[in-house]
Design a protein around this ligand. Structure first.
Ligand SMILES: [Fe+2]
Length: 392
C-alpha cells in the first residue's frame, strides 16, 4: 500500500487502510472504492493523506515509530487535553504577552486530571515505541489539517525516546523525556489565534509574543508538583541555541553529549534533554505542512538539521540523530537523479540499520509519469553512485 495525499487520489481508486475522521470516526474500511463525493468529504474534513491500494506496492507496509492505531487514539486524547487547556485560558479581549504571563503565574497551572491523562498517553506511546524492534526514528506525516500541536507533540515524543535509547538513558530518564517531548510546546496554547494559525509571515511584535511560549509553558507546567522539573525545563529551553543566540534566556551549549548524569547545571547552560528536544522539534516541524509553507521531504529536513549543527543544535547529538533517522524512510517516494533510471520515480521498500541512507527502492513511474508495471528493484547499498531526491 501507498500513502497518498488526498489531492492526488482519483475517484474509483481503492483504499488499503481504514480512513478515520478526528482519529475516531471510521469513514471507510480497507478495500473501499472512493467516489468523487467521498473524496470531497475527506478533503472537507481536513484529512491530508490516505493509505491506498496499488498492486505495484503490494506487501509494502510503511509505518512510523509510533504505530498507526496508537498514534490515532493518542492524538485524539492529546488534542482533547490541549483544547481543554486553551479553553481554560481563553480571553475575549486582546491580552499582551506580559498580561498573559501574569495570568499563568496567578493560576494553579496544569490540573491533576489533565496531567494524569497526558501522562498516561505518554506512557502508552512510550510502551508502544519500546515494543517495536526498530531503532530508527520515522515520524508519520501529519494526518489532518487540525490538531497540529497534538501530532507534533507525539512525534517529538517519539524522536526524543529514540534519541534517549541511542544515548543509553535509563528507563526513568526515558519516561521523563517522553512526557517532556510531548509537552514541550504547551506554551503555544496560550498564544493568540492569529499567531498560531496565521497564514502570512509574523510581524516583529507577533514574533516577540511567540517567543514567550517557552516561558508560558514552563510556568504553567512547573506549578503542578507532579510535573518533573526536567519536563518543565524541556518546555523552557527547547529554543535555546548552542551559540547563545536562542530564546528566552540565551543559554549556551557545549556541542557535546554529556558523559555522565548531571543535575541541572547551575551555570547558564542548556540541559541535554532540551538539546535533544530542539533537534527533534526542528526536524518534525520541517516535515509538516504549515499554512505558510509546504512540508519538506526527510532528506531536505536532515540537510537543514546538519547546517544548524554546531551553532544552533548540539553537534554531537545531531550526529547521533543522523545515525537513527533514515534520509529516505520506507514508503516515501523518491526521484532517481542519475544513472540508467535517471528521472524515474520510485518508492522506498526497505531500509536497514546498517545502510540507513542506502535503501532498497522499487521503480513506480518513468520520467513522463507513466506507470512501470515491470518489477524493478534497485539496492542502493550495492549501487553507491546512484543519488536520490525525496519527494513530497
Ligand atoms: Fe516551541
Amino acid at each position: 500500500m501507498r500513502r497518498i495525499s488526498v489531492d492526488k487520489i482519483k475517484s474509483g481508486e481503492k483504499t488499503a487502510g481504514e480512513v478515520y475522521a478526528d482519529g475516531t470516526t471510521l469513514l471507510a474500511g480497507a478495500g473501499y472504492k472512493l467516489s468523487g463525493k467521498n473524496l470531497d468529504r475527506i478533503d472537507e474534513l481536513g484529512i491530508l493523506w490516505v493509505y491506498m491500494d496499488d498492486p505495484r506496492t503490494e506487501g509494502l507496509e510503511p509505518t512510523g515509530t509510533i504505530s498507526d492505531d496508537v498514534k490515532r487514539a493518542n492524538k485524539a486524547k492529546v488534542q482533547h487535553a490541549f483544547e481543554a487547556i486553551a479553553a481554560e485560558y481563553a480571553t475575549d479581549l486582546p491580552i499582551s504577552a506580559q498580561q498573559r504571563l501574569e495570568s499563568i503565574e496567578e493560576q494553579k497551572g496544569i490540573s491533576a486530571d489533565i496531567f494524569n491523562e497526558l501522562e498516561s498517553v505518554a506512557k502508552s506511546t512510550l510502551d508502544n515505541i519500546l515494543l517495536g524492534s526498530s531503532r530508527m526514528f520515522v515520524p508519520l506525516p501529519q494526518e489532518e489539517r487540525e490538531g497540529y500541536l497534538a501530532h507534533h507533540g507525539l512525534e517529538v515524543l517519539a524522536g526524543c525516546v529514540m534519541m534517549a535509547r541511542k544515548l543509553s538513558l535509563d528507563s526513568k530518564e526515558m519516561a521523563a523525556i517522553a512526557i517532556g517531548g510531548m509537552l514541550h510546546n504547551t506554551g503555544m496554547l496560550f498564544l493568540p489565534d492569529e499567531i498560531i494559525s496565521g497564514e502570512g509571515e509574523l510581524s516583529d511584535d507577533q514574533i516577540k509574543y511567540m517567543q514567550y511560549h517557552p516561558v508560558f509553558g514552563y510556568e504553567y507546567l512547573r506549578k503542578n508538583p507532579r510535573v518533573g522539573i526536567l519536563t518543565a525545563h524541556m518546555a523552557y529551553q527547547h529554543h535555546e541555541n548552542q551559540d547563545g543566540s536562542g530564546y528566552p534566556r540565551g543559554l549556551c551549549g557545549t556541542n557535546k553529549i554529556p558523559r555522565r548524569k548531571e543535575p541541572i547545571s547551575t551555570r547558564p547552560q542548556v540541559h541535554r534533554y532540551a538539546e535533544i528536544c530542539a533537534i527533534v522539534d526542528t526536524f518534525v516541524a520541517l516535515g509538516s505542512p504549515r499554512p505558510y509553507r509546504q512540508a519538506m521531504p526527510t532528506d531536505r529536513a536532515l540537510d537543514v538539521i546538519m547546517r544548524m549543527a554546531g551553532s544552533k543544535l548540539n553537534l554531537e547529538m545531531v550526529k547521533a540523530f543522523l545515525s537513527i533517522t533514515p534520509r529516505y524512510p520506507v514508503g516515501s517516494e523518491v526521484m532517481i537523479m542519475n544513472g540508467e533510471f535517471s528521472g524515474y520515480h520510485a518508492i522506498v521498500w526497505e531500509v536497514s540499520q546498517q545502510e540507513l541512507n542506502r535503501p532498497l527502492i522499487k521503480i513506480l513511474n518513468d520520467p513522463d509519469f507513466s506507470s512501470v508495471e515491470e518489477s524493478i528493484f534497485i539496492d542502493l547499498s550495492v549501487q553507491p553512485f546512484i543519488q536520490l531526491q525525496g519527494l513530497i
